[in-house]
Design a protein. Structure first.
Length: 387
């Protein structure tokens, strides 16, 4: 087996230096929120049903907390993948979120200030020497209100090494019987019904105890169709919707077959199909098994940023409209593959009043497949109202 190296010498000079901020060209619309929750499989009436939302805390539709990442021009990865690493590819490695209170509504204009943070090199069984690179996304609205900080981790690795080491050999989708699919749908509805039962009510901090388990949430079975729906919910995938930063993928080290013209403002005006990462460029492995295999993946796979949204939505749906996630730190161990389901579970591990006087419930969350293969773990703090 060839001994592979990873050249990260270009990264040092870029750490801590802000890069071009992300900005949508037009104010947000309620349909952006509806498209998002539909794509993220999150049927919370507060975010898509006009009549229900009108009777609630905000008197109108409000974006879910997870929606902030949809206002970026690269689902949060931008500041975590600056610099050139030759012959490299990347996958998401995790997200840490801090939320500061302001919510996102129709008519808002969000700006994301992006700052590369740091990186480290670790040896992995997947691709040998691997770069774990982090960067911050700071989301503000048009009034300057600080909505959230997202600290993303990108895993950058030698594409050639990943294929050669074969940690993820090509595999086939699992086959589900009609009875199994019916059972999955029934279990999915248990979480949805929990949200319906809470309605506009409050989940009180006083009533939650250490050791309590949250209702299980199931997503899937995943498919190329469901991953495509997710991709289309990220606003930067819409032609002409974003002030493009003009990222040069080859300059970042992507091989020519994966570089493409994603986020290229010049090509977008000439031939926009070539700028769509779903068809060409670094994101095509998500939807085309052949290209997934070329970067060391066993079959078509989902988006890391969506996994982060699934965690936030899961916890926020349980907290209800009078609660909020104030902090979440998730580490991704493996992607969602076509044919699999994702099972989210969580347990209350602490209950406290923090230094800011907030009534906090801390949970540990696990995201796993139907075979209990761990996809991600997370620790989060949720603020709840008191009686």
């Amino acid at each position: 087996m060839t001994k592979h190296t990873l050249d990260t010498s270009d990264l040092d000079a870029l750490m801590g230096k802000p890069i071009a901020p992300a900005r949508m060209k037009e104010p947000l619309h309620n349909n952006d929120f509806r498209r998002w929750v539909q794509a993220m499989h999150y049927p919370n009436l507060l975010h898509y049903d006009h009549d229900f939302a009108a009777e609630g805390r905000y008197g109108k539709l409000v974006a879910p907390q997870s929606f902030a990442v949809a206002t970026d021009d690269g689902h949060g990865a931008g500041p975590a993948c600056v610099g050139k690493i030759p012959d490299s590819h990347l996958i998401f490695g995790g997200d840490e979120w801090w939320f500061y209170g302001p919510r996102i509504f129709g008519g808002d204009e969000i700006t994301n200030e992006k700052v590369p943070l740091d990186y480290s090199i670790k040896e992995t069984s997947f691709a040998g020497p691997t770069c774990f690179q982090r960067g911050d996304n700071n989301y503000y609205n048009q009034d300057g209100d600080f909505i959230a900080k997202q600290r993303s981790t990108a895993i950058r690795y030698s594409r050639e090494a990943a294929v050669e080491m074969g940690a993820m050999e090509p595999t086939e989708d699992p086959i589900w019987t009609p009875e199994q699919l019916e059972d999955i749908q029934s279990k999915k509805y248990e979480y949805i019904k929990m949200m319906h039962d809470l309605g506009h009510g409050k989940r009180y901090w006083d009533d939650v105890n250490v050791g309590d388990e949250l209702p299980v949430r199931i997503i899937g079975p995943h498919s190329i169709a469901s991953f495509t729906t997710e991709w289309r919910a990220y606003l930067f995938t819409i032609w002409g919707g974003t002030h493009r930063p003009g990222m040069d993928m080859e300059a970042m080290g992507f091989t020519a077959e994966f570089a493409g013209h994603e986020n290229d403002p010049v090509m977008e005006r000439d031939n926009p199909e070539l700028t769509d990462g779903a068809y060409f460029g670094p994101s095509r492995g998500h939807l085309f098994p052949e290209w997934a295999h070329r970067i060391g993946m066993s079959r078509a796979y989902g988006y890391g940023a969506s996994m982060g949204a699934w965690v936030l939505d899961y916890l926020a749906g349980w907290a209800g409209e009078w609660g909020q996630v104030v902090h979440s730190k998730a580490a991704y161990r493996g992607p969602a593959f076509t044919g699999d389901i994702t099972v989210l579970s969580a347990k209350v591990v602490d209950k406290k009043v923090d230094e800011e006087g907030r009534n906090i419930i801390q949970v540990e969350c696990k995201m796993a497949t139907q075979t209990d293969s761990v996809m991600a773990t997370a620790t989060a703090e949720i603020e709840l109202p008191t009686k």
